[in-house]
Design a protein around this ligand. Structure first.
Ligand SMILES: CC(C)(COP(=O)(O)OP(=O)(O)OC[C@H]1O[C@@H](n2cnc3c(N)ncnc32)[C@H](O)[C@@H]1OP(=O)(O)O)[C@@H](O)C(=O)NCCC(=O)NCCS
Length: 331
């Protein structure tokens, strides 16, 4: 009997939402003791988007999702699964996925959040790929949406200059004969959690007592250590993914990495010995948008990097947890 061609993943549509308010480094000079020059040389970031009161994680995720659905020429009722990666949900429950599903009118479609910090979207793509390959789903909406401005301490110059708000969405469709994700690698190291974390202030209250009102906790980060861990974990993960696929880096058209710091991206490509001009970067425009970085980059990289059907694209991410993930994708 002839073997059935394998089912895989194809990107059917992408969408983004970025708040219109642009906050430049010069504006931050008025807030904390910093300079445009320091931020630019240490991070590559020139500006970031900051949400208004109404631009919640759900609002931004819905806007990005609608754009992706339109591009894929799909209705919300065509979706078999909604996955949302975020560390800044509007509520612990309902999940952002349920909230986004309600706004889209995708009643009945299973929906859940997936949390792996800045690696969340690549984790999500790996999960989605399993559902598509098994035939359990044909059309999946994945959203990465973040409102990090609500969880940074705006008095802390070590962190507040690094992050931004935004959302990206991708529709992946089951396609017979298309490879989609050729290979992947993912992992986590909870023992190093303290290097980068955001506590839930509510969790400090005893279950039997109403928790005392607390100032919201903010992102805490050991910048230098995280820098080193990010470069090493992403480079090692990328190498494992390529090895599994038996693909050489020379055959990769484009690397799309998590957008935390241009120096991390530069160090990553140096370590991989990959040409810098074939590595996508938009960190100068948006800063670090955690789980939203990769879907926003996927939306922009298609045209900016002139990607063609069949090109091999390597996604690689790193985040709090610690977590890391990479996936080799056939465009
Ligand atoms: C945070 C980061 C940009 C700092 O860069 P760095 O090269 O490590 O910084 P340096 O150690 O050279 O400089 C630190 C000094 O700059 C100061 N500094 C920190 N932020 C500053 C700012 N916004 N403006 C001016 N000075 C600043 C510090 O207070 C420190 O001063 P000190 O030496 O007097 O104590 C860098 O470590 C980084 O990007 N880390 C990874 C962060 C990240 O990506 N997190 C998310 C991962 S998903």
């Amino acid at each position: 009997m002839p073997s059935q061609p394998e089912s895989g993943m194809q990107i059917a549509g992408t969408g983004i939402y970025l708040p219109s308010r642009i906050v430049t480094n010069h504006e931050l000079e008025k807030l904390v003791e910093t300079t445009d020059e320091w931020i630019l040389t240490r991070t590559g970031i020139k500006e970031r988007r900051i949400s208004s009161k109404t631009e919640t994680s759900t609002f931004m995720g819905v806007a990005a999702a609608k754009q992706a659905l339109a591009q894929a020429k799909l209705a919300p009722s065509d979706l078999d699964l909604i996955l949302v990666a975020t560390v800044t949900p509007d509520s612990f429950f309902p999940s952002s996925a349920c909230r986004i599903s309600a706004e889209l009118g995708a009643t009945g479609c299973p929906a859940f959040d997936l949390q792996a910090a800045c690696s969340g979207f690549v984790y999500g793509m790996i999960v989605a790929d399993q559902f598509l390959r098994s035939g359990a789903a044909r059309n999946i909406l994945m959203v990465g949406t973040e409102r990090l401005s609500s969880v940074v301490d705006w008095r802390d110059r070590n962190t507040c200059v690094l992050f931004g708000d935004g959302a990206g969405a991708v529709i992946v469709r089951q396609t017979v004969g298309s490879k989609g994700i050729i290979s992947f690698d993912w992992g986590a190291d909870g023992a190093s959690a303290d290097l980068l974390h955001l506590h839930n202030p509510q969790s400090r209250g005893l279950a039997t007592q109403p928790p005392a009102p607390l100032a919201p906790d903010c992102i805490v980060m050991a910048g230098k250590e995280i820098f080193k861990q990010a470069v090493n974990a992403m480079a090692d993960s990328a190498k494992r993914t390529l090895k599994k696929a038996g693909v050489k880096l020379d055959d990769v058209k484009c690397v799309i990495s998590h957008q935390a710091n241009i120096r991390i991206i530069d160090a990553l490509v140096d370590k991989l010995k990959f040409p810098r001009e074939r590595c996508f970067a938009n960190v100068h425009r948006y800063g670090n948008m955690s789980a939203a970085c990769i879907p926003v980059a996927l939306h922009e990289a298609g045209s900016e990097m002139k990607l063609q059907k069949g090109d091999k694209v390597l996604l690689v991410a790193f985040g709090g947890g610690l977590t890391w993930a990479s996936a080799l994708l056939e465009w």
